[in-house]
Design a protein around this ligand. Structure first.
Ligand code: ADP
Ligand code: MG
Length: 213
């Protein structure tokens, strides 16, 4: 069996992926949530887990440093390049990407009349594409986290961010005004690996598929 590297997103996705791996019969040799190791062996001799920042997963997979990986649809939509093979929706880490703004602004605001908006976001490409498709110009302020803070301190009125319960928005006086996309974690693969290591990858993919359903 050839060696296989599976790239996992740290953070939110990792917490939900580990029970899925367990259902698929894949047991890490060390707990990825607490281990400082970046490459973790599993009970499957050929399969190793590579634990990296969510936004780096597509890069590792595109360049074949990982044969496959698990990343949020948000990260995949933001990633430039159609070189990844999208294998399956794992239906975990579900949330949505939305445009939000302060509730008091939303009360008198009509997104259909926007012609130019200033938006703070971790997702500049998705945001630009979303508004461009509606003929709206965007001034994007790129952030790396805590988008909800931007309207509170006058950085921008609008944000594009992930929403799950809506509690973080609510706690900061924000409301969703537009839905951009539904988000969940996907299994993606390197195209060359899919050809060269087909049998070995198929085994893992089939076990994950059974664990999803
Ligand atoms: P990072 O801060 O490195 O982006 P996160 O754990 O915040 O790490 O997010 C990693 C991925 O987890 C996101 O790309 C998204 O797909 C998913 N995610 C983030 N927040 C939520 C949430 N509230 N509910 C469900 N999935 C989420
Ligand atoms: Mg985060």
């Amino acid at each position: 069996m050839p060696a296989l590297n599976l790239a996992l997103s740290k953070g939110r996705i990792l917490e939900e992926v580990l029970p899925l791996l367990a259902r698929a019969g894949i047991t890490p040799a060390e707990d990825p949530l607490t281990s400082r190791k970046l490459v973790i062996a599993t009970n499957e001799p050929e399969l190793k887990l590579v634990v990296i920042r969510a936004a780096d997963v597509p890069t590792y997979v595109e360049f074949g440093a990982a044969d496959f990986g698990i990343a949020g649809r948000d990260v995949l939509l933001e990633y430039d390049g159609d070189s990844l093979y999208e294998l399956m929706d794992l239906k975990i880490a579900r949330c949505r990407l939305s445009v939000a703004e302060p509730a008091n602004l939303a009360a008198a605001d009509d997104p259909r009349r926007w012609t130019r908006v200033r938006v703070a976001t971790k997702y500049p490409k998705i945001t630009q594409r979303h508004f461009a498709a509606k003929g709206i110009q965007t001034d994007i302020i790129k952030l790396y986290g805590s988008m909800e803070l931007a309207p509170l301190v006058g950085l921008s009125d609008r944000i594009v961010d992930l929403v799950s319960s809506g509690n973080t928005l609510k706690a900061n006086g924000l409301v969703e005004v537009e839905h951009i996309a539904d988000v969940s974690a996907w299994l993606v693969a390197n195209r060359a690996s899919m050809k060269m290591k087909h049998a070995a990858m198929k085994r893992v993919v089939e076990r994950l598929a059974r664990a999803v359903s």
